[in-house]
Design a protein around this ligand. Structure first.
Ligand code: ATP
Ligand code: MG
Length: 283
C-alpha cells in the first residue's frame, strides 16, 4: 500500500469526511470505539486487525482496555505479559520493546495487562494528556501501515487520547434500544471534541454487529442509522453463537476452524475499510 498519512478535511464535518494527505509518518490509526459495553468492539478490532494483516498490510493491534480481551485472542499466557501501553506512556518505554508477534503473519500486538486500569488516573495528572497515545505510538510510524486500537467502554482520558491519535474511528453498535441510546451520546461526545478541534480523525462509519434481520428492533435500528449523517458500513456482522466459541478458542478471520459466516462478514468489512481509507484524494 502507498505509504501515506491522511487527515480529515474539516473538524466540523460529519458528512463529507473527504480524506486529505498530511506530512508526518506512514502509520494509519483506526480506533474501534463506543462507550457502550458489549457491542462488539473487541471482536471487531481483533478481526479487522487480522484481516488487514492477512490482506498483506503490516498491522499492529493495540489493546487499550485493561480487560485485555483483544490480547486474549493472540496471547496464550496473559499472566506472562509484563508490559503494556502504560509502560509506553508513563514509563516512556520504547513501544517496540512492548510489542509482541502474533500467530498471524504481519500482525503484532501491543498487549494490555490489568495495570492498564491505572492509566486513566495517571493521564489526568499528565500534561498534554490527550496527545499521549499519539506520542506513544509515534516511534512505530514507519514499522506498520495500520494500528487498530481496541478501546474500553468508557469516555475516560485513555479513550479520548486514543481518539485524538486516530486517523479513523469505527463505531460498532449492536441493534438494541440501549445501544442506540448510547450511540447518540457517544457520537455527540465525539462531535463536541471535533468542534473543539481536539479530535481530528475521520468518523469512518458505524458497524452493525450481532445483526439478526428477523428481529424488529434490528430492522428499526438499521433504518434509524440510515437516517444519520454518518456512514453505516454495508457489511452487517451476523449474530452467531459461534462468536462466543470463537473468542473462547481465540479464532479470528482466516483461522482454520473460524465460522464461515463471521469470517465472510469481517472480510467484507475489512475490504470496506481498506477501500475507504485508500480512496482517491480529491483533486
Ligand atoms: N457477531 C456476534 N454474534 C454473537 N455474539 C457476539 C458477536 N460478536 C461478539 N459477540 C459476543 O458478544 C460479547 C461482547 O463482544 P465484545 O467483547 O467484542 O464487545 P465489546 O464492545 O468489546 O465489549 P466491552 O465493552 O466489554 O469491551 C462477547 O461475548 C462476544 O463473544
Ligand atoms: Mg472489548
Amino acid at each position: 500500500m502507498a505509504a501515506k498519512k491522511w487527515g480529515h478535511c474539516s473538524v466540523r464535518c460529519f458528512g463529507c469526511n473527504a480524506p486529505v494527505p498530511t506530512e508526518e509518518g506512514t502509520l494509519r490509526t483506526i480506533a474501534v470505539a463506543n462507550h457502550k459495553g458489549g457491542v462488539g468492539k473487541t471482536t471487531t478490532a481483533a478481526n479487522l486487525a487480522a484481516g488487514l494483516a492477512r490482506a498483506g498490510h503490516r498491522t499492529l493491534l493495540v489493546d487499550a482496555d485493561a480487560q485485555a480481551q483483544a490480547s486474549y485472542f493472540f496471547v496464550d499466557d496473559l499472566a506472562a505479559v509484563e508490559a503494556d501501553l502504560q509502560d509506553v506512556i508513563v514509563a516512556h518505554r520504547a513501544p517496540v520493546e512492548v510489542v509482541v508477534r502474533t500467530r498471524v503473519e504481519g500482525l503484532d500486538l501491543l498487549p494490555a495487562t490489568l495495570s492498564l486500569a491505572q492509566l486513566d488516573m495517571q493521564l489526568v495528572a499528565m500534561a498534554k494528556r490527550e496527545d499521549r497515545v499519539r506520542m506513544g505510538l509515534a516511534p512505530l510510524a514507519e514499522r506498520y501501515e495500520f494500528a487498530v486500537v481496541d478501546l474500553a467502554p468508557s469516555l475516560a482520558p485513555l479513550t479520548l487520547s486514543a481518539l485524538v491519535a486516530a486517523d479513523e474511528i469505527v463505531v460498532p453498535v449492536n441493534p438494541t434500544r440501549f445501544a442506540m441510546l448510547g450511540l447518540g451520546t457517544f457520537l455527540g461526545w465525539v462531535q463536541e471534541y471535533r468542534e473543539l478541534d481536539v479530535i481530528h480523525g475521520r468518523l469512518l462509519g458505524i458497524l452493525v454487529t450481532m445483526w439478526d434481520g428477523h428481529l424488529r428492533i434490528a430492522r428499526q435500528v438499521q433504518a434509524t442509522l440510515d437516517e444519520l449523517p454518518v456512514r453505516r458500513f454495508e457489511s452487517l456482522i451476523p449474530k452467531r453463537t459461534a462468536a462466543e466459541d470463537q473468542a473462547e478458542a481465540r479464532l479470528v478471520v482466516g483461522d482454520p476452524g473460524a465460522s464461515e459466516d463471521l469470517s465472510a462478514a469481517y472480510s467484507a468489512f475489512t475490504e470496506e475499510v481498506l477501500s475507504l481509507v485508500t480512496e482517491a484524494v480529491p483533486a
